[in-house]
Design a protein around this ligand. Structure first.
Ligand code: NAI
Length: 455
């Protein structure tokens, strides 16, 4: 029977970073992963989709750069090669995580772990017939795609006609017509890839807007840009059933059949907490997600939950921060997650990035709001690099407290610029102080400075 200071269940960003930091802090750590180290992020989420989207961007640059003085003939797009390269990128990064675990002397067990109550004052975990004991647990068991009970979906998944984020990344042939059910982050990123390389894409979204809580003006820009690439949006549309070769949906105009040769199901994710044995130690749950506070503590002393499994904000970088906070608290260093300043990015083309509240969200909280909106064309580099770009930067100010509570960007480099905005929101610096910062010129980031001066 093996004894540890800490057992971590799940080897995604939350789990592997927790294991690494805890080992660096002097704890004897055991990490369990039933699939591949790196979790959804490295294997079937963040990283693979970014390899695909970069290939699509290169293709678009090669085919649509006449204005910039670049013409190329016979540009071909090889989806199978894109998938092959993606696999190599994933292999490299997964191996990197493995090496980091070894370097930090984390004991990695490649098996499904189940919590089986307690033995004396320790937590008992079993995997493949072996028993492991630990003083503390960090649960980082992640999330899984929601498969709704729509008639035909289950059969479609079984036949391969319906895919989730996992299967679509293994597909080596491009479909001719792709139906995307759900216009959230996964749906939009994948729709962007496929539409950019010539696939006819239709997005069916239940709500009257895409991209969930994203600023409505940003959503309009995205929809217009996508429409130029032939993408069709069916909003306020309800999927009734999926049948081989088409999706049946209903909107205000009635019932329709959408022909397609592949369906992507991207209607959300839920905490993957089944079969982990959480009930054997009495962990409090809320609709399948583990209830935690901002110190990542559960209701059970010495049991923490980080990443998607706590259902708070399902983003890899949230999991990273939560992992560090959990480990810091275990090591006696007080720490909390500030959920108000976590940036989010949609890696479409144009990119979308935001942090904090939109104007509407802030108003709903009763905040006295001032909002400014500055086009990215205020930044020389943007004009130099982008023709007819409609990018912009919105800043939301809490007038009473004189601090920035939200920044919303659409356009080139938004993903790389959002960190500076997140630091402004997190540090609660007054705009007068931010005006003293020097922004490098020419960078697109200067649009944030322009917006601050307009507050
Ligand atoms: P999501 O919650 O972002 O979007 C799901 C969408 O599907 C919503 O707009 C919802 O209204 C719609 N929907 C639900 N049921 C429907 C139905 N029956 N018919 C039509 N539409 C329906 O979920 P998504 O895109 O699956 O992403 C899951 C998680 O992964 C999210 O938490 C997201 O933040 C994360 N993620 C983050 C990325 C990033 O940071 N760039 C990239 C991809 C995913």
């Amino acid at each position: 029977m093996d004894m540890f200071d800490l057992i971590v269940i799940g080897g995604g960003p939350g789990g592997y970073l927790a294991a690494e930091r805890a080992a660096q802090g002097g704890l004897k750590v055991c990490l369990f992963e039933k699939r591949a180290l790196g979790g959804v992020c490295l294997n079937e989420g963040c990283i693979p989709t970014k390899t695909l989207l970069n290939s699509a961007k290169l293709y678009r640059h090669a085919t649509e750069s006449r204005n910039f003085g670049v013409t190329a003939e016979n540009v071909l797009f090889n989806h199978a090669q894109v998938i092959k390269r993606k696999a190599k990128v994933v292999r490299t990064l997964v191996a990197g995580v493995g090496m980091t675990m070894t370097a930090n002397k984390v004991n990695v067990v490649k098996a499904a772990a189940t919590i089986c109550g307690r033995e004396a004052d320790k937590f008992k975990v079993e995997a493949e017939g072996n028993t492991y004991l630990a003083d503390r647990l960090i649960i980082a068991c992640g999330s899984e795609a929601v498969v709704p009970p729509i008639p035909g979906v289950k059969e479609g998944v079984e036949s391969g006609f319906v895919t989730t984020n996992r299967e679509i990344l293994e597909m080596t042939e491009l479909p001719r017509e792709l139906a995307v059910i759900g216009g959230g982050v996964i749906g939009l990123e994948m729709a962007c890839y496929f539409a950019s390389v010539g696939v006819k894409v239709t997005v069916i979204e239940m709500m009257n807007k895409i991209a969930g809580p994203t600023d409505s003006d940003i959503c309009k820009v995205l929809m217009d840009e996508y429409a130029k690439r032939g993408m069709v949006f069916k909003l306020s549309a309800k999927v009734l059933s999926v049948k081989p070769g088409f999706v049946v949906y209903e909107d205000a105009e009635g019932q329709h059949e959408l022909p397609c040769d592949k369906v992507l199901l991207s209607v959300g994710r839920r905490a993957a907490t089944r079969n982990v044995g959480l009930e054997t130690i009495g962990v409090e749950m809320n609709r399948g997600a583990i209830v935690t506070d901002d110190k990542m503590e559960t209701n059970v002393p010495n049991v923490y939950a980080v990443g998607d499994c706590n259902g708070k904000i399902m983003l890899a970088h949230t999991a990273y921060r939560e992992a560090e906070v959990a480990v810091n608290n275990i090591l006696g260093r007080k720490d909390r997650v500030n959920y108000n300043s976590i940036p989010s990015v949609i890696y479409t083309d144009p990119e979308v990035a935001s942090v904090g509240d939109t104007k509407e969200a802030a108003q709903k909280k009763g905040i006295k709001v001032k909002e400014v909106n500055v086009p990215m064309t205020y930044a020389g580099r943007y004009v130099a690099e982008v023709d007819q770009g409609r990018g912009f930067c919105k800043i939301v100010l809490d007038e009473d407290k004189n601090r920035i509570v939200g920044v919303h960007l659409v356009g080139s480099y938004a993903s790389e610029m959002i960190l500076s905005a997140a630091m402004m929101v997190d540090s609660e610096l007054p705009p007068e102080r931010i005006k003293q910062f020097v922004f490098p010129h020419p960078t697109v980031c200067e649009v944030i400075r322009e917006a601050i001066f307009k507050l």
